[in-house]
Design a protein around this ligand. Structure first.
Ligand SMILES: NC(=O)C1=CN([C@@H]2O[C@H](COP(=O)(O)OP(=O)(O)OC[C@H]3O[C@@H](n4cnc5c(N)ncnc54)[C@H](O)[C@@H]3O)[C@@H](O)[C@H]2O)C=CC1
Ligand SMILES: O=C(O)[C@H]1O[C@H](OP(=O)(O)OP(=O)(O)OC[C@H]2O[C@@H](n3ccc(=O)[nH]c3=O)[C@H](O)[C@@H]2O)[C@H](O)[C@@H](O)[C@@H]1O
Length: 438
């Protein structure tokens, strides 16, 4: 495997992880961004996002001279053999992916790319984008490769360096092989395919994950109505290797910067070719309903009306382990609660700045002070070890709505609190049975 000169455009969750990890694999990487403050910070070795291991890799790369940060894509590409596009592709008004950033980088660097450079699209983009980028570039000597990224926020470095698979798509075999070779040290299964199929893999995977979660959230609701326990139900399902145990945790609905936008984008693309995709639409609709179910539980917990009720929120980020608030279900639930007149106080270990209409506190017990109910929205581990007796003393009401089944129900019981989980309505009898069996 040869060391390559690589440009990475966009230094967000994906770009910075890609740049730092490729440098750690021995390549020489120049990362570019339009954000001047971010570039200045990164040059000083400061990583502005919560990602375990990333700051260390950036520091190592800078110290070894293998990693560099520059302002603007044009300053990154002059001697690059490969250029990665890691810019945002947010949801547009019609649900479609907005490709403005991708197109603007292509316009900026098109003529500057060295002869024979390979453009690699790592941003999540609709099928046909590699072809579109190719025609915008209008450079027969430059191949465009689709190389979707599957990392998760909060474990970005670990996911990048230990991928389940690498997908590389290009209509030119040699360019696909050149990109696949960049990852050779990782020893991951590699799928080489055409560009359209690689682009489709990313949407098909993310939408499948969203579908799995909507399914499990619907099963949880049914468990509540029928008197079953979703914790045991998903455990029983997860041992089946065809189903797998991961991505079976019910919650307040799935969110984050990608699953929501990618499900809408695939739905929009399907519509654009006249394909009716009710399964995907139901996945999206079930998720919207999930947020209303949380609000309904909180309303019941405060006696039927949220007007003037004080509600404490534990967690604001879209999942634990990240500081990312983009499309967080917790914020969606907060909006709905506020619309119905609730007064909100929130604590999240990853969030320090204030939010409009939600008072953000830095001490979790402040969330409990005077609260008529508390809602746990994000599964931060530290929430499990709160002093529930202290919470009971501080609260005006007595109910904790645990939208992730994250807390120790017995500990809350002992403190005189009422725990309301998701998909759990029966007695804890099955836990006892499992102990005997194991
Ligand atoms: N966040 C995630 O976990 C994953 C994201 N993706 C995809 O990767 C892409 C990037 O996502 P994130 O890294 O989360 O975005 P981000 O918003 O964290 O970072 C994007 C960066 O690109 C920069 N940028 C925007 N326009 C630019 C331009 N013209 N030139 C140079 N830099 C520019 C921004 O300033 C920002 O720093 C998206 O398409 C997303 O769907 C794929 C897999 C995982
Ligand atoms: O394209 C992307 O950006 C990425 O989107 C997701 O990664 P991420 O957004 O970091 O978050 P996930 O860990 O997938 O969680 C998504 C949402 O589902 C929820 N979730 C996840 C798992 C689960 O069992 N239950 C559950 O409710 C989380 O709380 C969160 O709101 C995918 O998992 C990544 O493979 C993909 O690369």
């Amino acid at each position: 495997m040869f060391v390559r000169r690589i440009a990475v455009v966009g230094t967000g969750y994906v770009g910075l992880t890609t740049g730092a990890c490729l440098a750690s694999l021995g390549h020489r990487v120049v990362c570019a961004d339009v954000d001047e403050v971010k570039i200045a910070r990164l040059r000083a070795g400061r990583v502005g996002i919560l990602e375990p291991g990333l700051a260390e890799l950036v520091a190592e790369g800078l110290a070894a001279g293998r990693l560099e940060f520059v302002l603007g894509a044009r300053n990154a590409v002059f001697d690059s053999e490969v250029m990665f596009l890691c810019v945002p592709t947010p949801m547009g008004v019609d649900g479609a992916a907005n490709l403005a950033a991708v197109e603007s980088v292509v316009a900026e660097v098109g003529e500057l790319l060295p002869q024979g450079c390979v453009v690699v699209n790592k941003s999540t983009v609709p099928v046909g984008t590699a072809a579109r980028v190719g025609s915008l570039l209008n450079r027969p000597d430059v191949a465009v490769v689709s190389n979707p990224e599957f990392l998760r926020e909060g474990s970005a470095v670990a996911d990048f360096l230990n991928p389940d698979r690498i997908v590389v798509g290009c209509d030119a075999q040699d360019a696909a092989e050149r990109v696949a070779a960049l990852y050779a040290k990782l020893g991951a299964p590699t799928v080489l395919t055409d560009a359209a199929s690689a682009e489709m893999v990313k949407y098909a995977a993310n939408c499948f994950l969203a579908m799995k979660l909507s399914y499990v959230n619907a099963v949880a609701e049914l468990c509540e109505r029928l008197g079953a326990n979703v914790i045991d139900v998903t455990e029983g399902m997860g041992y089946d290797r065809r189903i797998g145990a991961s991505f079976l945790q019910p919650g307040p609905g799935w969110g984050g910067s990608c699953l929501p936008k990618d499900t809408h984008a695939l739905s929009q693309v399907a519509g654009s070719v006249g394909f009716d995709f009710p399964l995907l639409q139901a996945t999206i609709d079930t998720n919207a309903r999930q947020r209303h179910r949380v609000v309904q539980k909180v309303r019941e917990a405060v006696g039927g009306s949220l007007a003037g009720a004080r509600v404490g929120l534990l967690g604001l980020t879209f999942k634990a382990g990240t500081d990312d608030l983009r499309d967080s279900p917790a914020l969606a639930v907060a909006d709905l609660l506020r619309e119905q007149g609730a007064r909100l106080t929130a604590f999240d270990p990853g969030v320090r700045e204030g939010l409009s209409d939600v008072t953000v506190v830095t001490d979790p017990y402040e969330v409990a002070r005077g609260a008529d109910a508390i809602v746990l929205l994000t599964e931060w581990p530290e929430f499990r070890s709160l002093d529930w007796n202290r919470v009971t003393e501080l609260m005006a009401g007595d109910t904790i709505v645990d939208t992730r089944n994250h807390l120790d129900r017995d500990a809350l019981d002992r403190a005189g609190l009422c725990w309301r989980g998701v998909g759990v309505s029966g007695s804890p009898r099955l836990d006892a049975v499992r102990e005997v069996v194991s």
